[in-house]
Design a protein around this ligand. Structure first.
Ligand code: 1HN
Length: 342
């Protein structure tokens, strides 16, 4: 409300009277009617993250922790587990021989593989080996467990839409009766079925999330470098690809979008802002990003968050490849999404 109301003694006593009835006059409200949230832009550097992840492996096992995850909480949201008001961000580490037991829950989850080889995730009866740079989909209510059958620690970023299920009061979870779910699809089934711009003729998309369980980094990287040769870079985003659900061309989740962008050496991007909450994970290269009034210098595996309506611009001295996920799918579906180039 833009016009300030003069609170007469009658209005003041009226407001006081109705308080006991759990009523508040709209003309006295103080809730912001502007875009943005109290969340802060923030970077977590890999040089801080990696030692703490390794230290956690000496203190707790996956049996006790269930998932050995460090949650990246926004400085204004301590205790909530959220990196912005709409997104969860965690870093998970799993050691050789460990298993993260099978369960399912209503939040959708995505994984972005950060470091190490030899870990797998199994989703609804199909096992997928994880390699750095891979983007992996765990649809809501799908059984999933992870394991490391290699010989080095493996780290990935977990992105969840658990803030949505919390908001709606629709969070459910269940443990699978045994730690490791039985496999009933062959490894590579999803990518062989859905990964070539072909769909089985009788296929009807009835789920909510992408049936393509993994988007391997090798393919994504090749697509980015091809596009760099054939198209002009976007003024704010460089060369940017959106991960698509092959069944409908839309987002991989009903809530979350995911992207990979290439910022070519010497790229100086124009500032933009969006109502999306954005979480970035640096796959390759060093550069800087200005979020609001703050400049963050980033390198490989650093994670930074950009809250809604914060101005963002990139400036890089070498080729950078950056993964991100946002709440764009939800905002797009609901008609709330707005963005602006500045
Ligand atoms: C979860 O199930 C995983 O399956 C990771 O790896 C992080 C954070 C909150 C709730 C469930 C996983 C999670 C999670």
């Amino acid at each position: 409300m833009s016009n300030a109301v003069t609170i007469t003694p009658e209005l003041a006593s009226f407001s006081k009277e109705i308080k006991d009835l759990n009523l508040t006059p709209l003309w006295e409200r103080t809730v912001s009617q502007q875009p943005g949230t109290p969340c802060k832009g923030k970077i977590w550097s890999w040089s801080d993250l990696e030692p703490k992840l390794l230290e956690s492996t000496r203190l707790i096992g996956t049996k006790d922790a269930e998932r050995r995850v460090l949650m990246l909480e926004n400085p204004v949201l301590p205790g909530t587990s959220f990196s912005t008001q709409t997104l969860f961000t965690g870093l998970q580490i799993i050691l050789p021989g460990e298993v993260a037991s099978a369960h399912r829950h209503t939040p959708n989850a995505l994984r972005f593989v950060v470091k190490g080889k030899g870990a797998y995730t199994s989703v609804e009866g199909e096992r997928t080996m994880m390699s750095p740079g891979d983007f992996i989909v765990t649809p809501n209510w799908a059984w999933h467990d992870h394991g490391n059958i290699g010989n080095e620690p493996v780290v990935w970023m977990d992105g969840l839409d658990s803030a949505f299920t919390k908001f709606f009061g629709a969070t459910f979870r269940e443990d699978y009766p045994v730690d490791v779910q039985p496999l009933y699809r062959s490894e590579g089934d999803a990518i062989a079925t859905f990964g070539s711009a072909l769909l089985p003729v009788e296929y009807k998309f009835e789920g909510h999330a992408s049936p393509l369980l993994v988007y391997p980094y090798a393919r994504t990287r090749e697509a980015l470098h091809h596009l760099q040769k054939t198209q002009a870079a976007h003024p704010s985003h460089g060369v940017k690809l959106r991960y698509a659900n092959p069944a409908n061309g839309k987002y991989p989740f009903p809530t979350m979008a995911a992207f990979m962008q290439l910022l070519p050496k010497g790229y100086c991007g124009r500032p933009y802002r969006t109502t999306e909450s954005q979480v970035f994970n640096v796959a390759e290269g060093h550069g800087s990003v200005k979020v609001g009034d703050e400049t963050f210098h980033f390198g490989p595996h650093d994670i930074f968050v950009v809250p809604p309506w914060n101005t963002v611009s990139f400036d890089v001295g070498e080729d950078c490849v950056v993964f991100s996920y946002t709440d764009r799918a939800a905002q797009d579906a609901l008609g709330f999404l707005r963005e602006e180039m500045l």
